[in-house]
Design a protein around this ligand. Structure first.
Ligand code: CP
Ligand code: NVA
Length: 308
């Protein structure tokens, strides 16, 4: 039996495939640009296909962009929150995977446990898509690179600075540095430094990755500054995270140390006054709404690659 095409992590998919997914996302975005929202789609490559979306953790963008993307491609979705399933009553993810694979054509999972994603993949016989775990957020990275390139040109010539927690989204940016060729500088407190394994892998692939505690070192000459929530869904609320991360806030002062036309990105949801000020995220250099829109276009590239 041929193996399903899973979309699990950027480090597990080769450069050409990832570039192909982005190319198809860009092509579909531009071909729909002149089309009204209510107009019927002629481009329906996923007609007759059903995507199950399993949410152990909440979501706005991932949920809606996969749902709308699937519909625009002619397919359908079933949204399954954790309390809709028997998981909460002790049924294993392995059994859930076996059963869902008999009904649907692909499964998207959002969970705070990467181990749970691996269990799903091990037992599913249809493609599985990582919709965020405690370890990574590869779908977000695809939308982020798409957005960066729309505004700044080819990713190979960009310097991206991350300021804050070295979290799941940071790991996908690290993987992306190896696959898409941008230089990545991560400014994080020592206690919240990014995954050593991801950094070592990316460097071994030839990526330029700088890990520092100095925001100034990271953002000096950067094309783009990225931040994310100080407390992720999988984190226990701890006030010392706020104390540790306060110096990493992206504000006008930090933006002024990057290139004069540098842009700001954030996967959302954002916490104004914490990881970013309102002046930056709501200001002219913020790409966050284009970034959120591109989740839709990137999902369509991912879905067609997994399912066509
Ligand atoms: N950026 C992102 O994944 O948003 P949601 O948590 O709303 O899906
Ligand atoms: N790092 C954040 C990203 C949310 C999309 C979290 O995991 O909660």
């Amino acid at each position: 039996m041929t193996q399903p095409r899973h979309f699990l992590d950027i480090d597990q998919i080769d450069d050409a495939t990832l570039r192909g997914i982005l190319d198809s996302a860009k092509a579909r975005k531009s071909s729909r640009a002149g089309q009204g929202r209510g107009e019927p789609d002629e481009d329906r490559p996923l007609a007759g296909k059903v995507l199950a979306m399993v949410f152990i953790q909440p979501s706005t963008r991932t949920r809606v962009s996969f749902d709308v993307g699937m519909r625009q491609l002619g397919g359908e979705t079933i949204v399954l929150n954790s309390d809709d399933l028997q998981l909460d009553r002790g049924e294993s993810m392995a059994d859930t995977a076996r059963v869902l694979s008999r009904y649907v054509d692909a499964i998207m999972l959002r969970t705070k446990s990467h181990t749970m994603l691996n269990e799903l993949v091990e037992h599913a016989t249809v493609p599985v898509i990582n919709g965020l775990t405690d370890s990574s957020h590869p779908c977000q990275l695809m939308a982020d690179v798409m957005t960066l390139e729309e505004h700044r040109g080819p990713s190979r010539s960009q310097i991206v600075a991350w300021s804050g927690d070295g979290n799941n989204v940071a790991t996908s940016w690290i993987h992306g540095a190896a696959r898409f060729g941008y230089e990545l500088r991560l400014a994080c407190p020592q206690a919240l430094s990014p995954s050593d394994g991801a950094v070592a892998w990316a460097r071994q692939q030839g990526a330029t990755i700088i890990v520092t505690e100095s925001t100034e070192e990271a953002v000096s000459g950067a094309d783009c500054i990225v931040s994310d929530a100080w407390v992720s869904m999988h984190d226990d609320q701890k006030s010392d995270r706020h104390n540790m991360l306060a110096p990493y806030q992206v504000n006008d002062g930090l933006m002024a140390k990057a290139k004069s036309d540098a842009v700001f990105m954030h996967c959302l949801p954002a916490h104004r006054g914490e990881e970013v000020t309102a002046a930056v995220i709501d200001g002219p250099r913020s790409l966050v709404w284009d970034e959120a829109e591109n989740r839709l276009h990137a999902q369509k590239g991912i879905l067609t690659w997994c399912l066509e």
